[in-house]
Design a protein around this ligand. Structure first.
Ligand code: ADP
Length: 498
C-alpha cells in the first residue's frame, strides 16, 4: 500500500493506518489523473490528510471492474454465501468499532458516542441483510391449466451509489446491505467532505472475503465522479442520498443516459407536533433530540415544531432551557452531544439562514451564534414568532436550528404539518391514542413517530413522500429497489399453437 495509506492519530485510538487510494477490484490504486484533495477536520479546521480523487476515467475503471465481477465470479456465488459475506462484514464492523468510530468523529465531527452508535447500526444493518440474502423468492402464479408461470427476483446489476457526509458509514451500510443481499455489485462514491471512514471500512470488505470488483469505493467530487456515475451507460441503477437539488440532477442524468433505475432519499422539513395532552417533559426531550441530533444534519430532522396553544408558553420556556443544556464541543470529549457542522460551506449556509430568520422578524429564543472561534460550531438555535411563509420555516437548513409556533386544533396541526413540499418524516406527541392514529394517518410523510423521534431501525422502511424522494431504504422494502422481477411463462402439453 506504499503511497496509498498514511499513519494518522485520533485522540481515541492513537495511531492507525488510513488508506488514501481508490478501492477498485479489492486493490488500492491512485486516480488515473493523479489528483488528490484535502480532508478537513471540522472541529479545528486543520487538514487531516489528502486522498486520491476519482475522475471520469476512474469511474469507468470501477464500473468495468464491477461489471466483470457481476458477469463472472459473483454470479456463481450462492445466496447463502452472499449472506455469509455480509454477516462476516458485520462482525468485522463490531470488532473494529473503536477505529471506525474515531475516524468518523475525526472526519465528520460527530460526537464519538454517536459515531459508536452509527457503527453498531451499520453492523445491525449488514447482518440483517445478510439474513435476507437466501430469502429473496419469487412466486408461482396460476393462469390456466396449460401454462406454468413463475416469477424470479433477479439482481439489477451494476449499482452506482452516491452517499452524503452526515452519516458516512451508516449510509454506506444502508446502501451495501440490500444491494449485495440481492446479488448486485456496487460502485460507491463517498462525499468529498468525509471520505475517510469508508476507506477504512474498505479493508474490511477484503477481509470479509468478498471477491474482487463486487464492492468498489471511490472518493471524489459530486460534479465530476458523481455526475460520471449517474450518467454512465453501463451502470444499471443509481441510488442517491443527499439534497433534493442534486437528486433532481441525478434523475436527469439517468433519464439522459440509459434510463438506469433511480432511488432517491432526499431532504426534509419534518413537522414535530406536540399536543397539550402529551407528557411535556418527554415531548421536550424528543423535540430536542429530533432537531439537534447529529447537529441538525439529518434529512429527517424535526425542524418545524408545532405546539398546542394552551401549553405553548410553558413549552418554549422548558425547551429553551433543555437546548441550552446540550453540550456543544470537542467530538472526542465524553460529555459532548453536539460537535461542529461538517464544513465551512455548511456553517456559512446555516448562519445565513439564521440572519435571514432575524431579518424576516422571527425571534431568537436561544442560540443564533457561533460557539468558540475555531471549528464550525453553532449553538442550538430556536426561532419563535415565525410565520409559515418564512424561508426558515419552508427551506431545509440542515443545521441545529428549528422554528416553534402554535396551533389550536387537530385539523390545523395536520394542515400545517403537511404545509411543505417535503414528506420524509413527522412526529406527533400525545397521550390520546385516537389523536396519535388520526394525525399519523393524515400526515403525508414516509415515517411518522409517535411520542418519540429518530427511531430509525434497519428493519423499518425509510423514505420520502413528495419531494423527499423515490423508493424506500431499509427493511424488506429496500430489496424491491435492488431486484428486477422476471416472469417466466411455460406452455404445457403438446397442443399446437393456433
Ligand atoms: P450537500 O448539499 O448536503 O453537500 P449533496 O446533495 O450536494 O449534499 O451531496 C450528497 C452527495 O451527492 C455527495 O456524495 C456529493 O458528492 C454528491 N453530488 C453532488 N453533486 C452531484 C452531482 N451533480 N451529481 C452526482 N452526485 C453529486
Amino acid at each position: 500500500m506504499s503511497g496509498l495509506s498514511i499513519k494518522l492519530k485520533t485522540p481515541h485510538t492513537g495511531e492507525y493506518e488510513q488508506p488514501t487510494g481508490l478501492f477498485i477490484n479489492n486493490e488500492w490504486v491512485k486516480g488515473v489523473d493523479g489528483k488528490t484533495f484535502e480532508v478537513i477536520n471540522p472541529a479545528d479546521e486543520s487538514i487531516i490528510c489528502s486522498v486520491h480523487e476519482a475522475t471520469e476515467k476512474d469511474v469507468d475503471i470501477a464500473v468495468s471492474a464491477a461489471r466483470k465481477a457481476f458477469e463472472g465470479e459473483w454470479r456463481k456465488v450462492t445466496p447463502e454465501q452472499r449472506g455469509k459475506y455480509l454477516t462476516k462484514l458485520a462482525d468485522l464492523f463490531e470488532a473494529n468499532t473503536d477505529t471506525l468510530a474515531a475516524v468518523e468523529s475525526l472526519d465528520n465531527g460527530k460526537a464519538l458516542s454517536m459515531a459508536k452508535g452509527d457503527v453498531a447500526a451499520c453492523a445491525g444493518c449488514l447482518r440483517y441483510y445478510g439474513g435476507w440474502a437466501d430469502k429473496i423468492e419469487g412466486k408461482v402464479i396460476e393462469t390456466s391449466h396449460d401454462t406454468f408461470n413463475y416469477t424470479k427476483k433477479e439482481p439489477i446489476g451494476v449499482c452506482g451509489q452516491i452517499i452524503p457526509w452526515n452519516f458516512p458509514l451508516l449510509m454506506w451500510a444502508w446502501k451495501i446491505g440490500p444491494a449485495i443481499a440481492a446479488g448486485n455489485v456496487v460502485v460507491i462514491k463517498t462525499a468529498e467532505q468525509t471520505p475517510l471512514s469508508a476507506l477504512v471500512a474498505a479493508n474490511l470488505i477484503k477481509e470479509a472475503g468478498f471477491p474482487p470488483g463486487v464492492i468498489n469505493i471511490i472518493s471524489g467530487f459530486g460534479k465530476i465522479a458523481g455526475a460520471a456515475l449517474s450518467s454512465h451507460m453501463d451502470v444499471d441503477k443509481i441510488a442517491f442520498t443527499g439534497s433534493t437539488v442534486v437528486g433532481r440532477q441525478i434523475m436527469k442524468a439517468a433519464a439522459g443516459s440509459n434510463l438506469k433505475k433511480v432511488t432517491l432519499e432526499l431532504g426534509g422539513k419534518s413537522p414535530n407536533i406536540v399536543f397539550a395532552d402529551a407528557d411535556i417533559e418527554n415531548a421536550i426531550s424528543w423535540v430536542n433530540f429530533g432537531i439537534y441530533f447529529n447537529h441538525g444534519q439529518c434529512c429527517c430532522a424535526g425542524s418545524r415544531v408545532y405546539v398546542q396553544d394552551t401549553i405553548y408558553d410553558e413549552f418554549i420556556k422548558k425547551f429553551k432551557a433543555r437546548a441550552e443544556k446540550n453540550a456543544v464541543g470537542d467530538p472526542f470529549h465524553n460529555e459532548t452531544f453536539q460537535g461542529p457542522q461538517v464544513s465551512q460551506l455548511q456553517f456559512d449556509r446555516i448562519m445565513s439562514y439564521i440572519e435571514e430568520g432575524k431579518k424576516s422578524g422571527a425571534k431568537i429564543e436561544t442560540g443564533g451564534k457561533r460557539v468558540g472561534d475555531k471549528g464550525y460550531f453553532i449553538a442550538p438555535t430556536i426561532f419563535s414568532n415565525v410565520t409559515e411563509d418564512m424561508k426558515i420555516v419552508q427551506e431545509e437548513i440542515f443545521g441545529p436550528v428549528c422554528s416553534v409556533s402554535k396551533f389550536k386544533t387537530k385539523e390545523e396541526a395536520i394542515a400545517i404539518g403537511n404545509n411543505t413540499t417535503y414528506g420524509l418524516a413527522a412526529a406527533v406527541h400525545t397521550s390520546n391514542l385516537n389523536t396519535a392514529i388520526e394525525v399519523s394517518n393524515a400526515l403525508r410523510a414516509g415515517t411518522v413517530w409517535v411520542n418519540t423521534y429518530n427511531a430509525l431501525h434497519w428493519q423499518l422502511p425509510f423514505g420520502g413522500y413528495k419531494e423527499s424522494g423515490i423508493g424506500r431504504e431499509l427493511g424488506e422494502a429496500a430489496l424491491d429497489n435492488y431486484t428486477h422481477i422476471k416472469t417466466v411463462s411455460i406452455r404445457l402439453g403438446d397442443a399446437l399453437f393456433g
